[in-house]
Design a protein around this ligand. Structure first.
Ligand SMILES: [Zn+2]
Length: 260
């Protein structure tokens, strides 16, 4: 069926089951619900994607009269207060008042072999044949690749800055030669030891902790924190483009910039 915008009319339930199945949400244990988090209108023609379901993203969706928002970071994280107060109230109120659906996919989007954040970062960086580091769960949350030639740690830093379009958050290395690289988009700094143990020469993630630097120095692994937001812009965008193709949706990715 076609509607007045000329787009296909897709029912929310159809999109929901397509996404849940496509991203295999039952296969991954997570800290938040994956899938439809806030129910809005029944039929969907226009979607907005973004990294985080912040107030500014919802405002964009309202201004563009979108039917659904798809994000990587949604709501209802394990351990957060259950009360709907303040910031949380304002976000939910804006969604509900405008009858906009909110879909959120966290770990299932990180690990998706083609459209996931890790897969899309490899694509952006031209890292060949990414494989999951099997010592880490869930599978695909840390990936690695062998470069075809030795890369200097400095030139890897430059490539990251150039392709991500922003300065690195932090880099710790001795300009050593890099051949095997591992990565985990977002807050994956805790995996640096697994990457070192797997014989990787470099580890790239979004964030850094104090102890990460000591891990890098003492195990001789080059470390790069390229930004949580910056490294996680690509999965949700690829998912939105895929849905636009699959269902004929109008789609727009809105980048609400964050230095973190
Ligand atoms: Zn994240």
């Amino acid at each position: 069926m076609r509607n007045k915008r000329g787009a296909k009319d897709v029912k929310r339930a159809e999109l929901q089951s397509y996404l849940n199945n496509f991203l295999a949400i039952d296969r991954v244990k997570d800290y938040c619900p994956n899938g439809l988090q806030v129910e809005g209108r029944d039929s969907i023609q226009k979607i907005i994607t973004g990294v985080t379901a912040c107030q500014a993203l919802i405002e964009h969706a309202v201004a563009e009269d979108a039917d659904a928002i798809l994000v990587h970071h949604g709501y209802f994280w394990k351990g957060e207060p259950a009360e709907i107060l303040g910031m949380k109230k304002r976000r939910l109120q804006l969604l509900l008042r405008n009858d906009i659906n909110l879909f959120a996919y966290h770990l299932p989007l990180d690990v998706h072999p083609r459209l996931g954040n890790n897969a899309q970062l490899a694509r952006l960086m031209d890292w060949p044949d990414p494989s999951p580091l099997t010592t880490v769960e869930p599978e695909g949350v840390v990936m690695y690749a062998e470069l075809s030639h030795d890369e200097s740690a400095v030139s890897l830093a430059e490539q990251l800055e150039q392709r991500l379009g922003r300065p690195l958050f932090c880099a710790e290395h001795n300009d050593q030669a890099i051949r095997r690289i591992a990565w985990c988009t977002g807050g994956g700094q805790g995996f640096i030891d697994a990457a070192a143990q797997a014989g990787c020469d470099a580890f790239i993630t979004g964030e850094v902790s104090e102890q990460t630097i000591h891990s890098a120095r003492e195990q001789g692994i080059a470390f790069y924190a390229a930004g949580h937001h910056a490294t996680e812009r690509y999965g949700i965008q690829a998912l939105g483009e895929h849905l636009a193709e699959q269902f004929g949706f109008a789609h727009r990715f809105i980048d609400i910039d964050s230095p973190a």
